[in-house]
Design a protein around this ligand. Sequence first.
Ligand code: NAI
Length: 328
Amino acid sequence: SITPAVVTVTGAAGSIGYAALFRIAAGAMLGHDQPVRLRLLELPQAVSAAVGTAMELDDGAFEQLLSVDIFDDPRQAFDGTDFALLIGAQPRTKGMERADLLQANAAIFAEQGAVLNDVAADDIRVVVVGNPANTNAAIASAHAPEIPAERFTALTRLDHNRAIAQLSHHAGVPAREISRVSVWGNHSATQYPDIFHARVGERTGAELAEDRAWLIDDFIPTVAKRGTSIIETRGASSAASAASAAIDHVHDWFLGTPEGDWVSAALPSPGAYGVPEGLVCSFPVRAVNGHWEIVEGLEINDFSRARIDASVAELADERAAVGDLLPA
Ligand code: NAI
């Protein structure tokens, strides 16, 4: 029999949590044969909502869902956890400066990193969804010295999937025939969706990129600002697509990326592609035996270099803004 996986979801009663939990319970994340124990972490005021969600999970009668437990204490919620989806975060409220938002979240993720270090399973894998995701992941990792840094990742798979969707519409090619898209940098408007290495059906991304007007004025900003257009159009932020991307991220990390393809995820830079060591930056990645590996040896042209550098500069600024919560 397969050892059950312990999955902790923070912000479990929020919009993304609500959309993610049912698919995790149904086997979309770890496979249909993998038994799962869910542990939900919420703020005290949202515990009741999480209990209600657990009642619904119960009513799903999911074959592989062994248990659902609800906590408002991170130390209990992360006890023995194998997979942590860190979705809960302090939202930006009216009049809040960006620096204040970074600080408020840095405090949350510093604590969660330290607790994970103490109580999580040895093979813990973490994906940070709560924004600012990259810097939150860097902070959590900095407070978890015993957990290998590459186990702390941030979600840029939604940006990756959005890039595939836009390419699919533009080229009239189904998503499944599109591979090797790369998102570089920060999960923010400075991110750089790179199609120069992509395969788009019978065509190449490089060929499509020759239409620079489309690339610069349409494709890149549409992908980078998609979150804002969803809010404007839907009247609420992207939740189901974010949940779906988080599930894709953990699925591929655990079960592997398809042969010949790669995906995008933010990992602590080992100094790859000129990205300063330790910045949690989105790269093209493959999962090999349960570990992310950055795709090596891609040629980066001047067009891409300038855009990667701009997003990396923003990551460096974010790190500087929370410097007091990082080890010297
Ligand atoms: P939401 O506001 O609906 O839910 C957030 C939940 O987190 C709330 O229930 C809240 O009580 C809980 N929470 C807050 N602080 C917590 C803490 N310290 N511990 C445990 N729970 C805590 O927000 P939604 O829509 O679910 O989004 C969650 C986060 O994901 C936001 O930061 C959002 O900006 C981010 N996001 C990231 C994306 C990505 O691609 N990386 C995409 C979309 C959203």
